[in-house]
Design a protein around this ligand. Structure first.
Ligand SMILES: [Cu+2]
Length: 264
């Protein structure tokens, strides 16, 4: 029985290990070949037997291995296996998207860029590393994480370089740095966020908040305009005559629902 148990454990382990290996490959390929036929095959051969679970001490190990295989199978979606081997070559880093595609920020304003990799079948790929450079740091800078900061009125081009393995793609994002407008609009959303979280307006400008759910706008900064009390629909606005940064929260949802108005 002990020898039998060892064989079973090895077989289960082999399933788990080989499935993990295949899973990584499949993720990269975007294919869906299933473990189901493989498990069925092992069971048919008698390599997997649930009899051993009555064998006291090692039962837990065996169960963990089997559970691991099952969980991995479930996590990977376990397709029907019908598409196995059908023209699914390795995923190739084919294109890169960067959002937003263009940026307008005021001086000192920021905007994060987000890059994602797409393979030859249009599926997103993981493992993208990115680098960002600005054509003109006197107009706009960009951090290693891809956050653009406006410096002075004008334009700059941010070049995003994305790399997976030995393949690199580049994308340019034009950044326009312009003085802020007299007004901005913020949504107090149904998902308990202020969107956009941070706005910039010219001195004397007005911000309007549109309410999609029950929220309030409670300022945290001295010299702020009057708070907007709880409301769930419609909109309300406040004017900001003095330059500065005015932080606010929704007290219903606490610090996690916060925003700011920069007046410059
Ligand atoms: Cu709220």
């Amino acid at each position: 029985m002990s020898n039998h148990l060892r064989l079973v454990l090895e077989a289960v382990h082999r399933v788990v290990v080989s499935y993990h290996r295949d899973c990584v490959v499949r993720d990269a390929h975007g294919g869906q070949r299933s473990l189901v036929p493989r498990v069925a095959e092992y069971m048919r051969r008698g390599h997997i037997s649930f009899r051993v679970f009555s064998d006291g001490g090692r039962m837990r190990t065996a169960r963990l291995l089997v559970v691991g295989a099952v969980v991995t199978l479930a996590a990977c979606g376990g397709g029907g296996g019908d598409d196995g081997g059908g023209g699914t070559g390795p995923a190739v880093f084919t294109s890169m998207t960067v959002t937003p595609a263009s940026v307008t920020v005021p001086p000192q304003g920021t905007q994060a860029l987000s890059a994602s990799a797409i393979d030859q079948r249009g599926q997103s790929m993981t493992g993208l590393t990115t680098a960002f450079t600005s054509s003109d740091n006197s107009k706009a800078t960009v951090s290693a994480a891809g956050v653009v900061t406006g410096v002075a009125v004008g334009t700059a081009t941010i070049t995003v370089t994305g790399t997976i393995g030995t393949v690199s793609k580049t994308k340019d994002v034009v950044v326009t740095v312009a003085n802020p407008g007299q007004s901005a609009t913020v949504s107090a959303t149904g998902s308990n966020t202020f969107d956009p979280k941070d706005v910039v307006i010219a001195t004397g400008g007005t911000v309007s908040w549109n309410f999609a759910a029950l929220h309030n706008v409670t300022f945290q900064t001295a010299g702020s305009p009057t708070n907007i009390t709880d409301r769930s629909t419609g909109s309300d606005s406040r004017t900001f005559p003095v330059a500065g940064t005015y932080n606010y929260i929704c007290t219903i949802h606490g610090g996690s629902m916060s925003g700011s108005v920069r007046v410059q």
